[in-house]
Design a protein around this ligand. Sequence first.
Ligand SMILES: *Cc1c(COP(=O)(O)O)cnc(C)c1O
Length: 229
Amino acid sequence: MAEIIDTNTDIAANLSAVNRQIADLVKRADRPAGSVTLVAVSKMHPAASAETALKAGHRVFGENRVQEAQKKWPVLREKYPDVQLHLIGPLQTNKVRDAIGLFDVIETIDRPKLARAVAAEMAQTGLKPTCFVQVNTGEEPQKAGILPAEADGFIALCRQELDLPVVGLMCIPPVGDSPALHFALLHEMAKRNGLAMLSMGMSADYDVAIGLGATHVRVGTAIFGQRPS
Ligand SMILES: *Cc1c(COP(=O)(O)O)cnc(C)c1O
């Protein structure tokens, strides 16, 4: 089946609307201007869509698959060297080398085996992408992320033993749950671990996330439209 591209989506207009709304929410939450970074999630959208956002001046993007990002981003990065690329999907240990070569930020460090593989690869390559620990706040069996009860120990392992540059926490609340409880839990967990960054909030709930301290919101659909299936 041919890929259906929604040509009615005005990516530049959506992007500025989302940016405006973020600025507004930040102000209403009494937080400093610029304290929330918009990660534009371009997964499953063609490179041309990402480039429209790049042309509009946006530089921070999220992808959830290493292979897809490898096809899309090296070319775009040559044209826009100041791009900052975030991995927001699960990372297999056999893709760690590729991921470290491509991403500036890995948001999905979630288990000791992966943390050790990332640390080993960093030592070998000298590349040090910034890391977030993903927490499975809803304790969903099928979902990636360290369980809340194991999070403090895992964060300590990452930072103290493995010397990973962990700056914050990331979560994806369960579908159908009220996200606020999950965002509040993540905030609390970051605070007690002395971590400054919180990646939480997507198209449907980034307003709630900003009110609860998100420093990074990951927004796809509200910018690029429905993802082609
Ligand atoms: C796809 C995805 C997003 C973006 O979701 P939208 O609802 O399209 O904004 C955010 N975070 C993660 C981890 C994703 O996989």
